[in-house]
Design a protein around this ligand. Structure first.
Ligand code: CTP
Ligand code: MG
Length: 227
């Protein structure tokens, strides 16, 4: 099986509010994106890493990983799903039978073991699967005015993480159809769900956080230092 990692890295990081896109902020010795790429490039099951970049990106070429033989770049799009789709278009031309392992640039703390676990889950989830973490707090459903309507059964709720692992061809067709139908798509699984596929859930580590707000930087640095 051929596995192509896809890294959406074309965002601007508006919630981080830094002077550059958050994936280029330093975390210890190197940038967030550099850590993320290292985790994927180091994995022997991954044949190629396709990074989707902002059309005006001026930082990527300065990363030491930018010249890696297993790495290639495409231009991303307006939304995360558009960036992923651009990379899938490229992957499809390379090998329509490949599997895509889509992983946010902003998740530098992903562990080697979780990537392996997800890839191996294909035997139980031939339709594809995602890393996810069970929610820990009691979950409430509210009405629009901010009052509690009910308590939601926590046992059935998960945080969707990345990587998310699907066949390139089916993910590409479902994602482009969902985008054309103006469905809100915030991860790959939502496009598959929209098309009637039920992706598997593979329990992953809680420290695989997405760096989103300034607070997350310290947390990610801590998790990184413990790896
Ligand atoms: N992403 C992308 N293309 C976009 C938007 C986002 O490739 N048009 C990427 C980001 O670079 C990030 C991942 O998708 O690695 C997850 O998105 P998010 O955390 O929302 O990052 P940003 O969109 O950059 O941040 P914000 O929403 O705060 O602006
Ligand atoms: Mg965003």
């Amino acid at each position: 099986r051929s596995i192509i990692a896809i890294v959406p890295a074309a965002g601007v990081g508006s919630r981080m509010g830094a002077d550059k896109p958050k994936q280029y902020l330093m975390l210890g010795q190197q940038s967030i994106l550099a850590h993320t790429l290292d985790a994927l490039l180091a994995h022997s099951e991954i044949d190629l890493v396709v990074v989707a970049l902002h059309p005006e990106d001026k930082y990527f070429s300065k990363l030491p990983q930018s010249q890696h033989p297993k790495l290639t770049q495409v231009i991303g799009g307006e939304e995360r799903a558009d960036s992923v789709l651009a990379a899938l278009d490229y992957a499809q031309t390379l090998n329509p039978n490949a599997w895509a392992l889509v992983h946010d640039a902003a998740r530098p703390c992903v562990s080697h073991e979780d990537i392996t676990q997800l890839i191996e889950s294909v035997h139980i989830h031939p339709q594809g699967a995602i890393l996810a973490a069970p929610v820990r707090d009691t979950m409430k459903r509210s009405d629009a005015s901010g009052h509690i309507v009910s308590t939601v059964d926590r046992a059935l709720l998960w945080h969707a993480l990345t990587p998310q692992f699907f066949p390139v061809s089916s993910l590409r067709s479902h994602l482009s159809a969902a985008l054309a139908a103006h469905v809100s798509i915030t991860d790959e699984a939502s496009a598959m769900e929209w098309a009637g596929v039920m992706p598997g859930l593979v329990q992953g580590r809680m420290d695989n956080i997405k760096v989103t707000h300034p607070d997350d930087l310290q947390l990610a640095a801590l998790f990184m230092s413990q790896k």
